[in-house]
Design a protein around this ligand. Sequence first.
Ligand code: PYR
Length: 631
Amino acid sequence: HFLENVILHEKFLSGQYDTTFIDKTPELFVFPKRKDRGTKMLTYIAQTTLNGGEGMPSKDKPSFSPLLIPEVNHSQKLQSGTKQILDEKGPDGLAKWLKDQKEVMLTDTTFRDAHQSLLATRVRTNDLLQIAEPTAHMLPNLFSIEMWGGATFDVAYRFLKEDPWERLLKLRNKMPNVLFQMLLRSSNAVGYKNYPDNLIQEFVEKSSNAGIDVFRIFDSLNWVDGMKLAIESVRENNKIAEATICYTGDILDVGRQKYDLKYYKNMAQELETSGAHILGIKDMAGLLKPEAAYQLISTLKESTDLPIHLHTHDTSGNGIFTYARAIDAGVDVVDVAAGPMAGLTSQPSAQTLYHALEGKSRQPKVNIDAYEEISHYWEGIREYYQDFESGMKAPHTEIYFHEMPGGQYSNLKQQAKAVGLESRWNEVKTMFRQVNDMFGDIVKVTPSSKVIGDMTLFMVQNDLTEEDIYEKGESIDFPDSVIEFAQGYIGQPYQGFPEKLQKVILKDKEAITVRPGELLEPIDFKELRNSLFETLNRQITSFDLISHALYPKVFMDYTEFCESYGDMSVLDTPTFFYGMKLGEQIEVEIEKGKTLIVKLVSISEPKEDGTRVFYFDLNGQTREITVKDES
Ligand code: PYR
């Protein structure tokens, strides 16, 4: 634990330590209490077996085929990649190198957006780690691997009961050759509201130290003023600022002029002036049609010197066609996922794109056989998460009408179901578009998309029409997110708020026009460290501090879980979600070289107080665990 304390210490990670580091850093000698880890783990397994896993009803554990993990030839030296180019040449050099590549390059999103969009962000670190080394060895020519950010941060704590920083550190260790990329929501960081400036700066610094190289920075209203702090912070840490435009609307629709080519060109130039190393185009809903992609990329290539990185979702089924046209127009990098984790609301498939570009001079340089082999692994992994699938089975072209982002579609559908609107889903989709128009046609991506989603459900649920809002607005209590939006707390929309609607929502509340971060008190990290140290009685890392500052309750719930059950990221995924079958035996490596062998021998009938006793065999000894049946 001493070693763990040392390597996780902020000074060690930032390289700012000298020979007095150990003597002058007393918290290195505070070790976590290790209570009986076996009993804690068995309690979790018994609970999950009887009452279901996190966000999952109790059900029989399905049978899964063994995972196919490609073998790594350790006698072969790991091929160096874009990470080494960044280390050698710096971010400007890397950007120049990228622009000089003839072939289009690929970012693999399988470790982040693919599962955020298909499987409610549920893929666990354990499953990512097993394929990390093979990926580094077999796909060293990728531009980057997107493996962090967006929703992965809070979902890790909330539902997977694991530490997202640990995920980053462990993956970095196994994949030292390819750039690591994350999605950063500017002043919303990896959350859903605005945070103080010093928290954003701290977050960027510590994420850089822990292994992130490329920060894809966007603002949910394309408000460049809201992005500058994040861009500057990334530059200060000598990392790559991929300043990003969220694509919305349809530049081919001449009747809809708010977001036209000129709008995108102006924003791109503003981002270039603000310090972008790469220009990102984030087509979060998959609205960019093939010919629009050609026109957009051609125009941006002419109007800036930046390399361009395009991200789309394949919801409509047009993703490959869109990429092919963007590649014709000279786009430098595109986002793809491994075949079994691609398509529909996720990114287009890497292999499909590779084959689609056969015979073209810009076909990406990747080992297609390696991609297929790695895909066998992901095919097995996707089975593990079948209960989190959205149910979308075919390309969905209605996206061009309602414009919901890839990650929001299934989420909003679930929310609609939860409030009894499942049978009125078509109405919800129509209302989503109508609400967008009422709000002045805004960019819709986390968190602005949530505002439209909340207002949509609110209106359908209460049978309100647009006229009702203006006529009866005085007496309507709008959802919190809608009020905050009208107050300017998530930023300023392009061409301003629709005044009449803003007034109805605000009533006597004031709206701001400055950056919300300017008005927020900085976080006192020193005080926070002291108070957390007192509560948790262990070394508080800078990572803990940031996580607590971003998500106080989520972080404290997570630490409480760890107190009760220990580190359950060590369990295999089927056991984590479903517990164990009667008679089943599993092996759990709780730390390097220390393996527990667990067998579930029998379960008693329920007693009068509703409890059952689970009889386990743990490394040859019988253990009894009593759990309450909550069904
Ligand atoms: C996110 O912010 O999570 C998106 O993927 C847009």
